[in-house]
Design a protein. Structure first.
Length: 191
């Protein structure tokens, strides 16, 4: 995964989101102004204001758009039995969702103080607790519960920290997913 986001689609709102995220990654959220976003887009500030009045509106809209697959995953998973196969599928789907939102997750990692101040920080935290609950088995030994939590965060660590390791992105994603599935399988097997 490259350090700058790839443009997702062509409409103006999404172009603004992509350019803002690129600037936030380059300069940091706090040091980026709406004026700089407008200049990079080669539009007037008024044209930018038509879509977003603040940087926070931009990042919230990005978060909502790019993490929608995770909300859909949670909805799907909550309707499934808590079998090993379901948990493995949760991890597969989560891996794909993370891949699609990688630039946003990097932003969140690099701007943790900002994330705590924004409403999406609490939303993200609650979503992670829900994902952990979908993976762990109530009453399982503590070591198995740790394996379940570790499976989820292995994928985050893989996405964030393997970006500078040699190799194809898909190969790194699949290796990370394999380790996560090994952890969930070991936890389920011993439960």
């Amino acid at each position: 995964m490259s350090s700058s986001p790839q443009p997702r689609r062509g409409n103006t709102r999404q172009r603004i989101q992509d350019v803002a995220l690129e600037l936030f990654a380059e300069q940091g959220y706090e040091k980026t102004s709406l004026r700089e976003i407008a200049e990079r887009l080669e539009v007037t500030k008024a044209a930018l204001y038509y879509h977003f009045k603040t940087k926070e509106e931009i990042i919230i809209s990005l978060f909502q758009d790019l993490t929608r697959p995770i909300d859909e995953l949670i909805e799907w998973a909550e309707a499934q039995p808590r079998t090993l196969e379901t948990k493995q599928e949760i991890l597969r789907r989560y891996s794909s969702a993370l891949c699609g939102a990688a630039p946003l997750y990097r932003f969140m990692q690099e701007n943790q103080a900002t994330m705590r101040e924004l409403s999406i920080g609490e939303t993200f935290k609650q979503r992670m607790f829900t994902m952990v609950d979908l993976l762990r088995t109530e009453g399982a030994p503590l070591t198995d519960q740790v394996r379940c939590v570790s499976a989820l965060f292995t994928m985050h660590a893989g996405m964030l920290f393997l970006q500078h390791v040699e190799g194809e992105q898909e190969e790194k994603r699949m290796a990370t997913l394999e380790v996560a599935i090994d952890l969930i399988t070991q936890a389920h097997h011993e439960a």
